[in-house]
Design a protein around this ligand. Structure first.
Ligand SMILES: Cc1cc2nc3c(=O)[nH]c(=O)nc-3n(C[C@H](O)[C@H](O)[C@H](O)COP(=O)(O)OP(=O)(O)OC[C@H]3O[C@@H](n4cnc5c(N)ncnc54)[C@H](O)[C@@H]3O)c2cc1C
Length: 450
């Protein structure tokens, strides 16, 4: 059996920089990876999806330019788009391989499993180390639907292997993955239907976020089917047939399943090292990523952290600090995230309802984008900016933005919240005219005592 200083399982967004940092500091590091280097983000998530959306949203924006007097037809060269994104992800993978090798981390291609306490093996390689970090991520959850398993349905993993544009594209799931890819396919030229098992898309977000998105998705020609439990799926003559409860049937050339994520922990056999999982299979961790086995840690998606690349990457920085004896913890940050539909959704911190549930005496104010000069001038008025503050301290505790480039604009709030600012700091900021961000001091001023 080989002895190392540290083992990292999974080359996700935290595992790679952690391996590099430890190896550069002179530690003997072994990284196990069963698939492509770079994990979901680079191979089946952020990188290919945003490269795909670059084309889809450019086409969508060109068509919507009619609102400002430009009549354009936009045709998406689907094979080119898909080749381009595969090229980008390959270049990112190559870069990771180089970083690992330059740092001197040992990469073992194979599916890792614990064979004993702090002992990990893949194939005939067995390694032990006093420090082991699990960064194995998640995979698409496949729902139990009659007939589904016998069909060549797509998940986020196979979506990016498509080479031709399907005429009709069916999506199961109205969460952010289903919406981003569904809207992308509609803007690329497919006729899209989205089935969702709730009465609105993105039903974990505030209701008016869903409402704005639904208007935009319908404008792109998407058929939204709510409370639509899919009961049976079949595939014949290159066509999927999807039956929803109640008997109505829909057909399409492709069918994407995007109904949530399942942690990649089954293959690890955590029980052999005394590592407990929760009921859903996520690794149980404490405030400092410690599992129930001494010396074994778990970070990012597999540990049930908010499932975003920037969280995984930030988990690496915390993990590195903790391994040096530091005091960072698993959630010592302002959480922000975005949905890259058009309009985009940008979120930071708490919603008003979440704050109230936590017992905060919260206040909220909002402005519609139709009150922001830049939005009117640029013909991008769909959306709103909402800010939540702690009524006792005036501190900003959350924001929800829906609108053009909201994923960028929300960083104003992330930075202010990280600095512990009150709405007054925003009120006193002089924002440039005419920008979308000019609406933010206006929004802050609404908190002034009436
Ligand atoms: C379609 C899609 C779009 C997304 N878009 C965004 C976005 O825009 N912004 C954002 O912040 N997040 C986005 N995400 C989420 C983001 O991809 C993940 O949160 C991020 O990759 C962090 O994952 P991770 O580091 O936990 O693990 P992952 O990146 O999933 O990596 C885990 C790695 O572990 C490997 N592995 C698993 N089990 C084993 C084993 N037993 N042995 C060896 N190796 C193993 C896997 O092969 C994988 O390479 C998106 C996800 C999807 C699916």
């Amino acid at each position: 059996m080989k002895q190392a200083d540290a083992i990292v399982i999974g080359s996700g967004q935290g595992g790679v920089p952690l391996s590099v940092e430890l190896a550069k500091s002179g530690k003997q590091v072994v990284l196990f990876e069963r698939g492509e280097l770079g994990g979901s983000c680079i191979n089946y998530g952020c990188t290919p999806s945003k490269s795909f959306l670059a084309a889809a949203h450019n086409a969508g924006r060109a068509r919507l330019a009619k609102n400002v007097g430009v009549r354009a037809t936009a045709e998406v060269d689907f094979p080119f788009v898909m080749n381009r994104l595969r090229g980008i992800r390959q270049s990112f993978r190559d870069e990771i391989e180089k970083r690992l090798s330059d740092a001197g981390a040992e990469l073992i291609h194979g599916e890792a499993a614990f064979t004993g306490e702090r002992v990990v093996a893949a194939g005939d390689v067995e390694v032990t180390a006093p420090v082991i970090v699990i960064n194995t991520g998640t995979s698409a959850t496949i729902p139990k639907v009659a007939g589904l398993a016998d069909t060549p349905f797509l998940t986020n993993k196979s979506f990016f292997d498509q080479t031709s544009l399907p005429k009709r594209f069916l999506v199961l799931g109205g969460g952010y993955i289903g919406l981003e890819l569904g809207q992308g396919m509609a803007r690329a030229g497919s006729k899209v239907t989205i089935f969702h098992n709730a009465d609105r898309v993105l039903n974990n977000e505030e209701a008016d976020v869903s409402a704005r998105l639904q208007d935009a998705l319908r404008e792109d020609g998407i058929d939204l089917q709510f409370n639509a439990g899919v009961s049976r799926v079949s595939y014949s003559g290159s066509v999927f047939s999807v039956e929803v409860e109640g008997g109505k049937r829909y057909e399409g050339e492709q069918f994407l399943v995007a109904t949530g994520r399942t942690p990649n922990t089954a293959a690890l056999h955590c029980e052999r090292s005394g590592i407990e999982l929760d009921q859903r299979g996520f690794v149980k961790i404490d405030e400092q990523f410690r599992t129930t086995c001494k010396g074994v840690y778990a970070i990012a998606d597999a540990a049930g952290q908010p499932a975003f690349t920037h969280v995984s990457w930030e988990d690496y920085r915390r993990m590195a600090d903790i391994l040096k004896g530091g005091s960072r913890t698993r959630d010592d940050r302002v959480l922000g995230y975005a949905v890259f539909t058009e309009p985009q959704v940008g979120r930071a911190g708490l919603t008003y309802d979440q704050a109230i549930k936590k017992g905060v005496r919260a206040r909220k104010e909002e402005i519609p984008l139709s009150d922001v000069a830049r939005a009117i001038e640029w013909g991008q008025e769909r959306g709103f900016y909402r800010m939540v503050v702690d009524g006792d301290t005036d501190r900003i505790i959350g924001a929800t933005l829906v609108g053009y480039e909201a994923a960028e604009i929300v960083h104003v709030f992330i930075a202010l919240m990280q600095a512990g600012s009150t709405w007054k700091a925003l009120d006193e900021s002089v924002h440039i005219h005419p920008t979308y961000c000019e609406g933010l001091p206006t929004l802050a001023r609404m908190f002034e005592p009436k």
